[in-house]
Every structure is written in C-alpha cells, then in structure tokens.
Design a protein around this ligand. Structure first.
Ligand SMILES: CC(=O)SCCNC(=O)CCNC(=O)[C@H](O)C(C)(C)COP(=O)(O)OP(=O)(O)OC[C@H]1O[C@@H](n2cnc3c(N)ncnc32)[C@H](O)[C@@H]1OP(=O)(O)O
Ligand SMILES: CC(=O)C(=O)O
Length: 534
C-alpha cells in the first residue's frame, strides 16, 4: 500500500445545504441566493460548504466562478461535488472531473457507488471496474492538488447486502488518498443502533477516517449522525434546517447543538452557537420557506411553555422544564397563555409584558378564569399576545380602556349584473367629545371597515397613520354547524417597529374581524403612548 499524506484538521462540520439541501422539492436557488447562504454558513462557522455540482448545470458552474471572486470565507472551505469517472473511461478524459478541477474549489466530494447491486444495475459495470473508477478518480484529483472526500452512496444498505464489497470500496478510496470516507444512508432507512454498529465495524476493519451523511426518511437523521459520531466518525454532513432530497437531511442546527452542548465538543468558533437561531431563520428567509416553528433549538416554539404545571415549576427555576438555557442558542423562552394556563403562567406572561402580578394572587386567578371562559367561546390567546395584554389590563383596571365609543358600524357588499362590484362600510363613533361618521371602500368588507374606522379616527389620532394590518387569518370553529358556525379572526398589525396579534370571535366573519380590529387599534394607540379618552 502506498503511503498517502493526509490532513488531520480536527472534527469536520460539513454543510451541504447548497447541494443536497437544494435537492428539496420547492427550493429553487439563484446564484445570488447560494452566495448569500454561503455567507451565513461561513459566519456560523461550519468547516466546509458544498456549493453544488460544477458542470451539471450553468447555475452551479457560475456559482463557483462568482464564489472565487465574491466570497471571502473566514471559516469554511468551499467544496465542489461530482461523481467518480464514467465506467470504461479514464479520469483524465472525463469532462465532469475536469469541471471539478476547473471550479477552483480546494476540496472535492466524489459520490461513489458502494452497493454491489447499484454498481451492476445503475452503473451497468463490474464490481472491479467500480473500484477502479474510485481509485482513478481520487488519484486524478489528488494529483491536481485537491483534497478529496468520498461519499459512499447507499453504504449501509450495501454493507448489509455485501459487507466485503462495501469495505473494498472504503479501502480503495482511502488507499487512493481520500481524506474522509463518508458513509451515506442514501435511502434514509437506517436506525441509530445499526448505524453505530456498522460505523464501528468499518472503522475497525479499514482504519479510514469516516464521515456520516444521513437522509431523514425514518426521522432519525440527526440521531443516526450522532450514533455515527459515537462510533468514531469525525465528519458530519448536514443541511441548514434539514433541507434535502425527499424528506430531508440531518439538520445542521440540532447536530451542532448536540455536539457543542451535550458532547461538550468545540465544533464551531467561539460565540457562534448563540447566533444559531438567527442564522437558521436568515437561511429560511433566503430559500423562501417559513421557518419551522417547532424545530429543535431554533424554532419559535422550542422554548414556549403552555401547560400550567410547567409554568408553575418554571417560575421557581426555568431549568426544571428546559433542556438548555435558550439564550445559549440565541432563542428565547416564551410563556403561552391559554385554557391550559394556571396562575403561574399568567404571572410569568405578565412579567414578560411588564406587569407584576406576583403580589396579587386573586388578580392572577381572575385573569386565568377570564382566559378560560373566553377560550371556551373560541378565543385563542397563545397566538394573540396583544389581545391577552388588553384582557390583563381590563382586569387590572376593572374596565376596558377606550379611545372612542362606538355608535354603530355597517358593511354593504354590492353585486352588479356582471359579477362582483365592491364593498362599502360606514362607522359611527364618538371620540374626544366629537361625533364622527366615516365611510370606506375596500376589496372585502373587512378592508372597507378598516378604512372607515381609520378615516373616522385619523384626525383625532394621527398616530394611526403608521399602523398597518399585515396578516389576516380566519378559522371557522365548530365546523359541523356549517355557515352557522362561529368564526375566529386573527389579525397581525405593525407600527413599523413592532408587530402584535389580536383576536376576535363572533357568529359572523365581519363581526369577528371588527373585534380583532378594535383590539389592534386600541393596542396600537396604547403603544404610541396615548391616554384612553373615553
Ligand atoms: C445521492 C445523491 O443525491 S448524489 C447527487 C445527485 N445529484 C444530482 O443528480 C443533481 C445533478 N445531476 C445532473 O444534473 C445530471 O444527473 C448529471 C449532469 C450529473 C448527469 O446527467 P446525464 O449525463 O444526463 O445522466 P443521467 O442523469 O441520466 O444519469 C446519470 C449517469 O451517471 C452515472 N452515474 C451515477 N452515479 C455514478 C457514479 N458514482 N460514478 C460514475 N457514474 C455515475 C449513471 O450510471 C448514469 O450513466 P448513463 O448516462 O451512462 O446512464
Ligand atoms: C451523497 C448523497 O447525497 C447521499 O448518498 O444521500
């Protein structure tokens, strides 16, 4: 066996969001998107960023060309991905391998077959020729100064079918100079115990440096990745937010969260872990997917507590119901108030909002009772913080704070002979001693109502000019009653610096919307520092 020089640069966090992540249905990245994600990943501190497959499509080829000019990576090395040479050819004549060299990336990952059946059926070649394809391709890239990692596709299934052959592929890659041999669970069917046993056996049998690439088809990709690390793998391939082919890949954030926090292993630059939530959401923004609220560590709900019993313990010590301090990963603890709340939930939520309820047990009890009564009518306060705060203020003061007194509102939907014609609303109210009547026209009755209310109030409260309704959700409750069911409306509003949500429930959608609108306006005017006038 020839002696091959190797680089031992510690544990590898290898990100493949731009290659395997981009294989997820619904993701379609531009070159500019890929560059933006690469910057986020580099800032986070991963060691390797697999940028794509140069030569496979113009976008990936352009990415590597622009990356060389525009990316100033501080932590990561750029990796080009491709396959071993074609069967029956020579690496030196393979245009695909030439494209990998021409990409300028210092590191290349080559995907190689390691399952005998795949060699025979998919490559339509012999087992020996596949080994030769691995050796020839690795040697070709090594001679051109590239560092090589080998992704052994379908490794675990191949190992179960023909252990000797799967190990022969690992040895061929290792002996030809691949720095890391990555064992891939390509179909994602493995479970952690099997991964651990096989990785341990491959390590003992070959002595090669091993990596893990786990697809998430059993929902075990993160666990499988950690099982491989337990067995001695020192290179983990992951994608941001778990994006990837079919159901996805091992999610980078829980993997590094576990390595840093649970394994106490430094795999990121100092300080990066606290940026994890921000980076995860920033990447979701670039790929144009809403961040999953329930993602471990970084999800909006990852440290959100709903059950009253949890809150009562958290009041004493947050560690009692949290596996880590959320700030470690840049996330925050949140209290949810709902009909599962108790006094402690309300007290903690009040504290979050700036109200001290700790000295008034009765007040907290009254708020809990009111929340439960309202939720029984169809309200939901966990998604409507602003309405909850108004409810809390009502209980503290004994009455609702009002900026106007409503006389009436009305909406008209007109239907002309050629179809839909428009909506009109009229609002009559009293504010600061003045009677105001205003009309508004809109796309729908709620839009018209919003415009009428705004017109009625804008001279008296010019601060409303900044208030904007940014989201509107309707849910029909008790669906079995058909059109007679109750309607719940959630409205999200902003004044340009903060956003807040309000809720309304009524028998019809316009009345429910009116209630949510009233809360939105009241909260917005209180936020602007105005004193209620009525
Ligand atoms: C497990 C993974 O996710 S690996 C990453 C997979 N990613 C992608 O496939 C995305 C990018 N792929 C592409 O753009 C195209 O498939 C290309 C450009 C790579 C190839 O396109 P084409 O030349 O039209 O071939 P096609 O996609 O139909 O088939 C792939 C060919 O590569 C061969 N091949 C597959 N794996 C390997 C391998 N490890 N080594 C060498 N050849 C391989 C197949 O046998 C097939 O050969 P054939 O053309 O003689 O039938
Ligand atoms: C290489 C790769 O993406 C896989 O085997 O799943």
């Amino acid at each position: 066996m020839t002696e091959v020089s190797r680089t031992d640069d510690g544990f590898h966090v290898f990100d493949t969001t731009l290659r395997d992540g981009a294989q997820r249905e619904g993701i379609n990245l531009t070159v500019a998107d890929k560059l933006a994600i690469a910057r986020h990943l580099d800032e986070f501190g991963v060691g390797f960023i697999e940028g794509g497959w140069p030569g496979a499509n113009p976008r990936d080829t352009e990415f590597f060309a622009r990356a060389a000019e525009e990316l100033d990576l501080r932590h990561a090395q750029l990796v080009a991905f491709g396959a071993t040479r074609r069967a029956g050819g020579r690496a030196a004549d393979d245009p695909q391998l030439a494209a990998l060299v021409n990409s300028g990336a210092p590191v290349v990952t080559l995907v190689a077959k390691s399952h005998d059946r795949h060699v025979e059926l998919a490559l339509r070649t012999t087992l020996d020729e596949n080994l030769e394809m691995v050796r020839d391709s690795v040697a070709y890239l090594r001679e051109r100064g590239r560092r090589v990692f080998i992704d052994c596709e379908h490794f675990f299934d191949g190992y179960k079918a023909n252990r000797d052959y799967a190990l022969a592929v690992v040895r061929a890659a290792h002996e030809a100079g691949a720095d890391v041999v990555v064992l891939c669970d390509t179909n994602g069917g493995m479970l952690p115990a099997g991964v651990r046993d096989i990785v341990a056996d491959v390590l003992a049998a070959t002595g090669a440096r091993l990596g893990i690439h786990a697809q998430d088809d059993t929902g075990c990709a993160v666990a499988n990745t950690l099982a491989a690390v337990d067995a001695g793998a020192t290179h983990v391939q992951c994608t941001a937010n778990g994006y990837g082919e079919r159901v996805g890949n091992a999610n980078l954030f829980p993997v590094v969260g576990a390595l840093e926090i649970k394994y106490d292993r430094r795999v990121l630059p100092a300080g990066s872990l606290a940026e994890m939530t921000r980076i995860s959401h920033a990447i979701a923004e670039v790929v144009n997917l809403t961040p999953s609220t329930h993602q471990p560590y970084v999800g909006h709900s990852a440290f959100a507590h709903k059950a009253g019993l949890h809150a009562s313990a958290i009041k004493v010590d947050p560690d009692l119901y949290q596996h880590i301090d959320p700030e470690t990963v840049g996330n925050t603890m949140r209290m949810l108030v709902s009909d599962m709340a108790g006094r402690a939930s309300v007290e903690l939520k009040g504290k979050e909002l700036g109200y001290d309820l700790s000295t008034d047990r009765d007040l907290a009890g009254r708020v809990v009772a009111k929340v439960k009564e309202q939720e029984n009518l169809g309200y939901t306060y966990e998604s409507a913080d602003a309405s909850f705060e108004l409810l809390l203020r009502d209980e503290v003061r004994g009455s609702r704070e009002r900026f106007y007194t409503l006389e009436s509102w009305r909406t008209i939907s007109e239907q002309g002979p050629n179809g839909f014609a428009g909506n009109e609303a009229t609002v009559k109210l009293w504010a600061k001693g003045e009677r105001r009547i205003a009309t508004g026209e809109g796309n729908g009755p709620v839009d018209a109502l919003d415009k009428a209310l705004r017109t009625a109030l804008d001279r008296i409260y010019p601060q409303l000019a900044k208030l904007e309704l940014v989201d509107y959700k309707v849910r029909i409750l008790e669906g079995q009653h058909g059109t007679g069911s109750k309607t719940r409306v959630l409205i999200e509003s902003t004044d340009g610096t903060a956003a807040w949500s309000t809720v309304g429930v009524a028998d019809n959608v316009v009345a429910a919307s009116w209630l949510a609108l009233e809360d939105a306006y009241t909260y917005g005017l209180l936020r602007a520092g105005l004193e209620p006038s009525e």
